[in-house]
Design a protein around this ligand. Structure first.
Ligand SMILES: NC(=O)c1ccc[n+]([C@@H]2O[C@H](COP(=O)([O-])OP(=O)(O)OC[C@H]3O[C@@H](n4cnc5c(N)ncnc54)[C@H](OP(=O)(O)O)[C@@H]3O)[C@@H](O)[C@H]2O)c1
Length: 298
């Protein structure tokens, strides 16, 4: 049995909580901003009602063995407030978010040797009524080592796939290559089908290649044909697939612009590698978001 807190119980946090519930032996605390009620998760193999304690105030939190952070990256500051009482003196923290800066986000509170970066692939969404609908299998990628093995063991005996990798840098940047192209969807307010357009496909490939160049300079081993892999991946999706940046923009929420494209620009600057397309995407998305909030408050 482990005492486990999930911070951020949206789509990914909901699925993670259901997997921990199915493991059948943990004390689960769900840390949310608003009272949660019963957490129900519809998985491909049936509905799960998660048995857990719900906390909405970090003042009431006490130390646990593991904290699993599953907020959006733009909510990391709020998530960090939970880490103080839950894990600042002991306990391990798994950061289940997109991007490549999992450790850096919480480095002021949790030392790197107690932080485990996690990449997750799982098509899942949370509906307005709170129901979490998981539409496919969960696959996670974590660094190999004792922390990664301990994390994977939390989910035994479920059938979730957790790959332990010696080369997490490559795994994280490879995923970022895929995510970098998704920003075009958010920019154009168009679902994945827009990447079937030949010109948009070319542009997406250029966006991905900027990301891959930065990744390789940092030591990631990115396939030479990564851009084509990414384009093929988007084109294989249903025409109306909506990625999370587009979903956030459509819902007037912040977007993970900095974690997904901003980081390519920032790391590129450090390495003297030009990333003009990613820079343009970041600037346009920021301006579009800023202008829409300015207009709506006018
Ligand atoms: N969804 C997917 O299919 C998917 C797939 C792969 C990777 N990811 C990545 O996984 C991460 C999580 O994404 P998601 O889709 O699960 O996001 P999400 O559905 O928006 O859920 C995030 C949750 O975090 C909560 N939250 C924010 N600040 C908080 C705070 N201070 N304390 C407690 N809870 C807080 C939000 O609460 P409110 O309900 O109050 O807003 C929301 O319920 C992201 O980095 C995303 O890119 C997602």
């Amino acid at each position: 049995m482990a005492r486990i807190a999930v911070v951020g119980v949206g789509a990914i946090g909901g699925v993670i909580a259901s997997l921990l519930h199915l493991a059948g032996r943990h004390q689960i605390t769900l840390c949310t901003r608003r009272p949660l009620g019963q957490l129900n998760v519809r998985t491909p193999t049936g509905d799960v009602q998660v048995a857990a304690t719900n906390l909405t105030d970090d003042v009431l939190a006490s130390p646990v063995d593991w904290v699993l952070v599953a907020t959006k990256t733009y909510d990391s500051e709020g998530a960090a407030r939970w880490l103080e009482p839950l894990a600042s003196t002991s306990g391990r923290v798994a950061v289940i978010q997109n991007g490549v800066e999992h450790r850096e986000r919480f480095a002021s509170i949790i030392p790197p040797d107690r932080t485990l970066p996690v990449i997750i692939d799982c098509p899942v969404e949370r509906q307005p009524d709170g129901l979490v609908i998981q539409r496919g299998a969960v696959k996670m990628n974590v660094e190999s080592g004792s922390l990664g093995s301990e994390f994977a063991a939390l989910f035994d005996p479920s059938t979730v796939t957790i790959d332990l990798t010696d080369d997490f840098l490559t795994a994280a940047w490879r995923k970022l290559c895929f995510n970098s192209a998704g920003a075009l969807s958010a920019l154009m307010l168009q679902p994945a089908g827009i990447l079937r357009d030949p010109e948009i496909g070319h542009t997406a490939a250029d966006v991905v290649n900027e990301c891959a160049t930065v990744a390789r300079a940092l030591g990631a081993r990115i396939d030479p044909d990564i851009a084509q892999q990414v384009i093929d991946g988007y084109r294989a999706q249903p025409f109306d697939s909506v990625n999370s940046m587009l979903a956030d923009r459509l819902a007037s929420r912040p977007m993970e612009i900095d974690a997904r494209n901003g980081v390519i620009v920032r790391k590129g600057e450090e390495l003297d590698i030009p990333t003009p397309l990613n820079r343009l995407i970041v600037a346009l998305l920021r301006a579009a978001t800023h202008n829409s909030s300015t207009n709506s408050s006018a």
